[in-house]
Design a protein around this ligand. Structure first.
Ligand SMILES: CC(=O)N[C@H]1[C@@H](OP(=O)(O)OP(=O)(O)OC[C@H]2O[C@@H](n3ccc(=O)[nH]c3=O)[C@H](O)[C@@H]2O)O[C@H](CO)[C@@H](O)[C@@H]1O
Length: 342
C-alpha cells in the first residue's frame, strides 16, 4: 500500500501525521508527506522522518486573509493543487489521509480530483473549516469527539502508550504551552515556582522559543536555578513520562498524549482558539473527573494550588488509563488497507 499523509501547520496536526506514518511503516508499507513551506511542517519532517518522500508546497492559510490577500492565497492553493496532483500520480498513491490545517488543502483536493479515497482525521472537539468543507466527500471522517466516529480515541505516538504509568504522588510537575508556548502558562509557572519548590516539587517547563529568554531571566531573578527549562523540545515524551501532573494548554495532541500516558492535567484553554475548541477539547476531562480545566484569568494561581492540594492523583491517573483506547493509529491505517483491498 502507498498512501499520502497531508496537513500540518502546527505541532498538533503534525504529531498525528507522525503517529500515522509510524503505523504505516510498522506494517511494511510506504507513505509520502505533502505539507506547506509555511508553518512548522519543514521543522518536523524536513530533515528526518519515516516518510519515503516529503514535499513542502507554497501555500498559506486562506480563511485568515482579506481582500486581495485571499485571492493571492487561493491562487497559491490552486498552483499547489496542480503540483500535488503530479506528485500523487508520480508515486501512484492509492489513498490520502488528511490531518487538517491549511497545508492539507492542495493534496486533499488533488486526491478527490483523481477519484482516490480521502480519509480525514479531525483533532478537535469543533471541526476545522477545511475539514468541514471536505467531510461530505471523504471516505471516512475520524474524530475522538464524535460519538458516531467509526474509530474512537486519538492517534498518539506509541511511546506514550509504552511508557504509560499510574501517578501516585506529586514529585514532578510539567508546564506545557503547546507547540508555540503560552505566555499565560509561563507567567503562572513563575508565580507558583517558589511555593512548589517549598513543597519539594520539581518543575519541568516547556516555555516556547519566543518567550524562553524572558522566562529564563525571571527564574534567575527569583533565585530558582533547578527548573528543567525548554523552548521547544523533541524530548517531550520522556519529560511527560517523568511528570506526575501537568499544567497545559488544551491543544488536542498534547491533551491526548498526557491522557494516554496517565498524567492528570490542569488545563487552561487558549481563549482565542477557533470556536473556543480548546475548552471543548478539555470538557470531557472535567465531566469525567479526569483532571481540571479553568479559564485564563484571575485566581488561576489559587485554583492551581487548590487542585494540587486536593489532587487525588492516583484515582485520576487510573481512570485516564482505563478511558483511553490503544493502537488508534494502527486501527486507522488498517482500515485504509482493508478498504483498498476490498
Ligand atoms: C493555538 C491553537 O489554535 N492551537 C491548536 C494547535 O495547537 P498545537 O500545535 O500547540 O498543538 P497540540 O498541543 O495539540 O500539540 C503540540 C504537539 O507538539 C508536541 N510538542 C510540543 C512542544 C514541544 O516542545 N515539543 C513537542 O514535541 C506535543 O507533544 C504535541 O504532540 O493544534 C491543535 C491540534 O489541531 C489544536 O488543538 C490547538 O488548539
Amino acid at each position: 500500500m502507498k498512501i499520502c499523509i497531508t496537513g500540518g501547520g502546527t505541532g498538533g496536526h503534525l504529531m498525528v501525521a507522525e503517529a500515522l506514518v509510524e503505523a504505516v511503516v510498522n506494517d511494511g508499507d510506504e507513505a509520502i508527506f505533502i505539507g506547506s513551506n509555511k508553518g512548522q511542517d519543514q521543522k518536523y519532517f524536513g530533515e528526518h522522518s519515516e516518510f519515503s518522500h516529503v514535499y513542502f508546497l507554497e501555500t498559506t492559510g486562506v480563511v485568515n486573509q482579506r481582500g486581495l490577500g485571499k485571492i493571492k492565497a487561493l491562487y497559491k492553493v490552486f498552483k499547489a493543487f496542480l503540483e500535488a496532483r503530479k506528485i500523487l500520480k508520480e508515486h501512484k498513491i492509492e489513498a490520502t489521509y488528511s490531518v487538517g490545517g491549511f497545508s492539507a488543502a492542495a493534496a486533499s483536493f488533488a486526491t478527490l480530483s483523481l477519484f482516490k479515497p480521502l480519509f480525514i482525521h479531525e483533532q478537535n472537539a469543533k471541526t476545522g473549516r477545511l475539514n468541514g468543507l471536505l467531510k461530505p466527500f471523504a471516505k471516512r471522517f475520524i474524530s475522538g469527539y464524535e460519538k458516531d466516529s467509526k474509530i474512537q480515541g486519538y492517534p498518539v505516538k506509541e511511546v506514550f502508550v509504552k511508557t504509560a504509568r499510574v501517578r501516585t504522588e506529586l514529585n514532578t510537575i510539567i508546564f506545557l504551552g503547546g507547540s508555540h508556548g503560552a505566555r499565560a502558562i509561563n507567567d503562572l509557572a513563575l508565580s507558583v515556582a517558589w511555593k512548589l519548590k517549598k513543597q519539594g516539587i520539581k518543575i519541568i517547563h516547556q516555555a516556547g522559543e519566543s518567550d524562553l529568554q524572558r522566562v529564563e531571566e525571571e527564574y534567575k531573578k527569583l533565585g530558582i536555578d533547578d527548573v528543567e527549562l525548554y523552548g521547544f523540545t523533541k524530548e517531550l515524551p520522556t519529560l511527560i513520562e517523568k511528570a506526575d501532573m501537568a499544567v497545559s494548554r488544551a491543544g488536542a495532541s498534547t491533551l491526548w498524549e498526557l491522557s494516554t500516558n496517565g498524567c492528570p492535567a490542569f488545563y487552561i484553554p487558549y481563549p482565542y482558539a477557533a470556536g473556543d475548541h480548546q475548552y471543548y477539547n478539555a470538557k470531557f476531562i472535567v465531566d469525567n473527573d479526569l483532571g481540571w480545566c479553568e479559564r485564563e484569568g484571575e485566581e488561576l494561581q489559587s485554583k492551581l494550588l487548590h487542585a494540587i492540594k486536593e489532587s487525588a492523583l492516583a484515582t485520576k491517573s487510573e481512570k485516564l488509563l482505563e478511558y483511553n483506547q490503544k493502537n488508534v493509529a494502527t486501527t486507522m491505517i488498517t482500515e485504509v488497507r482493508d478498504l483498498l483491498n476490498a
